[in-house]
Design a protein around this ligand. Structure first.
Ligand SMILES: [Zn+2]
Length: 601
């Protein structure tokens, strides 16, 4: 789980003009956004450069950094490929075009858009998805199911073929139609990469059996390692090179890298997750692999690739851990129908981002992984706070400007960086607390399916808000700290446009807005149209909503979960829209384009 401003969605586009196009003149071929359209987005985009010092790293660690950056570049392309079937082809064509055109700034704008959106589909300032390169419209299937597959088709297929359910919905597989061509291609890969054949016993036989009665109406799943066999083989080599480079100075990190390299070929992350979460590393850390399912707009089942290369801040990590004690008391105080045992010594670390790739790239401020409930029970989870994003002055100044524009005095001074950091920290801890299986023992993603992410993030947000008053009682927070966490919580509820239903974070933030507004925690002052906050109502509202959410997770009832989302996601033109407009008008930027010093940017 992570916190971020995510971009995903739905589209309209220039249809039918896809693939490579020859350039005869200086005119862009059809399907490309013309020069007058790119400023719509780029004028609202801020470039943020992350470049922590690497001076204190040893020569071996620096060598490992280089290897991991190369692995990251490969995973970046793999991620883009998994989001849209024509992403890589459209990018390569764009690069070719840009060498031929005599208008480099216009081409650079399109390359910047591709970098910003990790593919050929832009999110417009009013939150629509639109192709800016000549590609087919985005579909919910992305490129991890057949592009024309609908949710209803898949549900019907699973009902008729219950034995296939597990493999088709497995988070690290890609769903394909059983055409002769697809099967031939996949069987060919198993021949070409015998190690993958060995690591997936029975797969080749299964594919060969399908081949004898190839049928485009049938679906089958292949592991990510086979879908992206060439890329992941190269990543395997890079991770092993990195491991060798730090072997003598950071043996535990080296072990983790080797385990993870093998995991990427076996699609089973247990060894790497165990050595990652329980390992004690020196200066470097890295999140590597596919974990989060936010990008799967069809079923919320498929995990997408990421690599996050991090440098540890030992002092800040130590200070932070001292503030996180007695977690069991907070777990026991939750308004929850079930309770779990929690460790007090959570592996929490403060890091600086060296570079991010794939799904991890962006304004991602913290991560808690892994998600697999079995691994969490066996090994725990690691919490990675990303300080050079959380404390980035440009990002915070932008947030604060909007806050001041919305709030009346004295509330306009309540938002602070520390409040944001504490809320994010306790959001991540929130993933450890509360309900992790429904009353029938099913993992929540099985029980709640595509609604599971929304509930998991909602729960964690609410735990952070609920815990604040307990932390104040136990002396960890001063009153001002509690206020700052509440202000940060309220700020997160405001949306600059109506969320699309597949946006798990924005959806659950809108739900909180409506819940807290209905309970009078904040209100629009009729005369000034600015907002006032009633902090004395805050805790009760947070506790009541958390209780409702934990109950839905415990019941594991998909219909009830959907109904609750429906009830709390109303968008009113007289309430939400004026706030959205103030946000849009006051901020200095809407999009952040990240560049990394370590990549020479
Ligand atoms: Zn989260």
């Amino acid at each position: 789980m992570r916190i971020s401003l995510s971009l995903a969605g739905f589209v309209a586009c220039a249809a039918g003009i896809c693939g490579a196009a020859a350039v005869l003149a200086d005119e862009l071929p059809p399907g490309y956004w013309p020069p007058e359209r790119t400023p719509e987005v780029l004028n609202l985009t801020k470039t943020v450069r992350l470049a922590p010092s690497l001076n204190e790293l040893s020569a071996g660690e620096r060598k490992a950094v280089q290897e991991l950056l190369e692995a990251g570049k490969l995973l970046q392309r793999m991620y883009e490929d998994s989001l849209h079937p024509q992403a890589l082809e459209s990018y390569d064509t764009l690069v070719q075009l840009s060498t031929k055109m005599s208008q480099p700034p216009e081409m650079q704008s399109l390359l910047d858009l591709y970098r910003l959106f990790k593919g050929p589909i832009a999110t417009t300032p009013d939150n629509r998805r639109e192709a800016f390169l000549p590609v087919n419209p985005e579909t919910p299937a992305r490129n991890v199911y057949p592009p024309d597959l609908s949710r209803a088709d898949l549900e019907a297929y699973l009902l008729a073929n219950p034995d296939e359910r597990e493999s088709l919905l497995a988070e690290r597989t890609v769903v394909r139609r059983a055409t002769a061509e697809n099967l031939k291609e996949d069987i060919e890969k198993l021949r070409k990469y015998p190690s993958l054949d060995h690591l997936h016993p029975g797969l080749r036989r299964k594919l060969q059996a399908l081949q004898t009665e190839a049928n485009a109406a049938a679906l089958y799943a292949i592991p990510q390692s086979i879908r992206w066999a060439a890329d992941l083989s190269r990543v395997y080599t890079r991770l092993n090179n990195a491991a060798r480079a730090v072997e003598s100075t950071d043996a535990e990190f080296a072990r983790y890298l080797r385990n993870r390299a093998r995991d990427l070929l076996s699609d089973d992350y247990e060894s790497g997750d165990a050595s990652w979460v329980t390992g004690s590393f020196k200066h470097l850390n890295a999140q590597i692999g596919s974990y989060e399912t936010y990008d799967d707009a069809l079923f919320g089942a498929k995990a997408f690739m990421s690599l996050s290369l991090l440098k540890r801040d030992e002092e800040a990590s130590k200070r932070l851990r001292e503030g996180v004690r007695n977690l069991q008391a907070i777990e026991d105080a939750l308004p929850s129908p079930q309770h779990r045992r929690v460790r007090d010594d959570l592996p929490i670390g403060v890091y600086e981002v060296i570079a991010d790739f794939g799904q991890a790239r962006g304004r991602n401020s913290a991560t808690t992984l892994p998600n697999d409930p079995l691994f969490v029970r066996r090994y725990g989870r690691t919490i990675l706070l990303r300080a050079n994003i959380l404390r980035n002055p440009e990002l915070f100044a932008n947030t604060q400007t909007s806050w001041k524009a919305l709030m009346s005095s004295p509330f306009d001074g309540d938002l602070s960086e520390d409040g944001e950091l504490n809320r994010v920290l306790w959001h991540e801890i929130g993933h450890y607390l509360g309900v992790d299986r429904d009353r029938r023992g099913r993992p929540l993603d099985v029980a709640l399916q595509s609604a599971a992410d929304t509930y998991e993030e909602l729960k964690s947000d609410l735990v952070a808000l609920f815990a604040a008053s307990l932390l104040q009682k136990s002396g960890v927070y001063a009153e001002a700290d509690t206020v700052a966490v509440y202000a940060s919580g309220i700020n997160r509820m405001f949306q600059d446009s109506k969320p699309r239903s597949e946006q798990a974070y924005q959806t659950m933030q809108l739900m909180q807005f409506n819940w807290f507004h209905e309970r009078g925690v904040f209100e629009v002052e009729p005369v000034t149209s600015s907002l006032v906050i009633r902090y004395n109502r805050f805790h009760e509202a947070a506790a009541a909503m958390l209780e409702a959410v934990l109950k839905i997770q415990h019941e594991g009832d998909r219909a009830a979960a959907d109904a609750f989302i429906e009830r709390w996601t109303a968008w009113r033109d007289d309430l939400h829209e004026p706030i959205a407009k103030t946000l849009r008008d006051s901020r200095t930027f809407q999009f952040a384009l990240f560049k990394y010093g370590a990549l020479g940017e």
